[in-house]
Design a binder for this molecule. Structure first.
Ligand SMILES: Cc1cc2nc3c(=O)[nH]c(=O)nc-3n(C[C@H](O)[C@H](O)[C@H](O)COP(=O)(O)OP(=O)(O)OC[C@H]3O[C@@H](n4cnc5c(N)ncnc54)[C@H](O)[C@@H]3O)c2cc1C
Length: 346
């Protein structure tokens, strides 16, 4: 259930393993717009195992070096792609979300995804199918139906604007101010993805229009940030508060239901790993259900994926707290240098 990144990946794997699969997706069609996602080598390898790695690389582009900087442009810590390439054989690929979903969807037989099919009744779905997979994202109904509201979404202390700008940049990176961050990544010729994060109370209403608010906080930061603020397409900017799932789930499996992706471990976006982990979950779940009894396969999936994804979510939250610090910036920057010296997640 859920035709997002995790749901489509799982469907490809399960079909290859001989299952009959129906994906119920509430959206009427694949989304036409969306910003870029960093897809790390481990997720690309999982896509390779499903035969769609080449198609995904083809619609993305390798990410170049970058840096975490201060608002005046001085680097805090470099983000060295050569290191990732040397260790894992290839860099992170930047893939626009709509292109990623299209590549996954194109690998499925026509009709596998039933668009415009919001699932309301999980009990009926369970009764009608051998296995139900809750890949329904951060606000998962399946999770709520299984576990109630003890494991719910917690506000991560910040709101984010995301969009694209008509601008060519050669390198990406993130800039950390005081309770404020701005990130840019090249998306393609003449196009740049950007996001801006501000520490504010949940559901905060700004007194100024978004454009003025962004300019007030980021307008005098280093290049190319002012140029991005001059040239972004106001029509495709989205703003939403950031949430993560807490406390961590005691299991990703209950009876014939499994949770994956954000439904199982919604994390803050600070390590750029949510989609990657959803992909790896989907490939792993399909592999575990290949030729095994359903109960055994689901338990094997839980054993394989729960710990690493929950560790990733905890690490992401730690970076979130560091990045949003309003003071003690020297301690923050040193901690970040130290953390990255152990190597970023791959
Ligand atoms: C600002 C930001 C930046 C990010 N950057 C990165 C990045 O660089 N790299 C990265 O790896 N991750 C990144 N992520 C995280 C990533 O977007 C998510 O982790 C990922 O989309 C999760 O995939 P999913 O399949 O679990 O959920 P989704 O992609 O959210 O898919 C869930 C699907 O379920 C459907 N659905 C929901 N409810 C129902 C229902 N009742 N019935 C039927 N269908 C339903 C939805 O319509 C949707 O299509 C970022 C996130 C944010 C917020």
């Amino acid at each position: 259930m859920g035709g997002g990144i995790g749901g489509l990946t799982t469907a490809i794997g399960l079909l290859a393993a001989g299952w009959q699969v129906t994906v119920y997706e509430r959206g009427q069609a694949l989304p036409p717009t969306g910003t870029g996602l960093g897809i790390w080598p481990s997720a690309l390898r999982a896509l390779d195992a499903l035969g769609v790695g080449a198609a995904v690389r083809a619609v993305g582009r390798p990410q170049g070096d970058g840096a975490i900087r201060r608002p005046d442009g001085r680097p805090i810590v470099p983000l060295d792609m050569d290191r990732i390439r040397a260790k894992h054989g290839e860099p992170v690929h930047l893939v626009p979300r709509p292109a990623l979903l299209r590549a996954l969807h194109d690998a499925l037989p026509t009709g596998t995804v039933r668009f415009g099919s919001p699932v309301e009744d999980i009990t009926a779905l369970r009764a009608d199918h051998d296995v139900v997979i809750g890949a329904d994202g951060i606000g998962s109904r399946v999770r709520a139906a299984l576990l109630g509201d003890r494991h719910g979404l917690r506000y991560a202390g910040a709101t984010v604007w995301r969009g694209t700008a008509d601008l060519d940049i050669s390198t990406g990176g993130e800039t950390w101010g005081s309770g404020a961050r701005f990130g840019v990544t090249p998306q393609g010729p003449g196009r740049t993805n950007w996001y801006a994060v501000l520490t504010v109370p949940e559901n905060h209403r700004f007194s100024r229009p978004d454009a003025d608010e962004l300019r007030r906080h980021f307008g005098d930061w280093h290049d190319p940030i002012p140029a991005v603020l001059d040239r972004y397409a106001t029509s495709d900017v989205i703003r939403h508060d950031l949430y993560h799932l807490a406390p961590a789930l005691p299991s990703y499996v209950l009876g014939n239901v499994a949770l994956l992706g954000d439904a199982a471990h919604a994390m803050t976006p600070d390590l750029g790993q949510g989609a990657c982990q959803a992909i790896i979950d989907g490939a792993a779940l399909a592999e575990c259900l290949s030729g095994a009894e359903v109960a055994d396969g689901l338990l094997a999936y839980d054993r394989l994926r729960r710990r690493p994804t929950q560790r990733m979510a905890a690490a992401s939250l730690m970076v979130n707290r560091l990045a949003q610090a309003r003071r003690w910036h020297f301690v923050r920057d040193t901690a970040m240098r130290l953390a990255l010296s152990f190597g970023p997640p791959a």
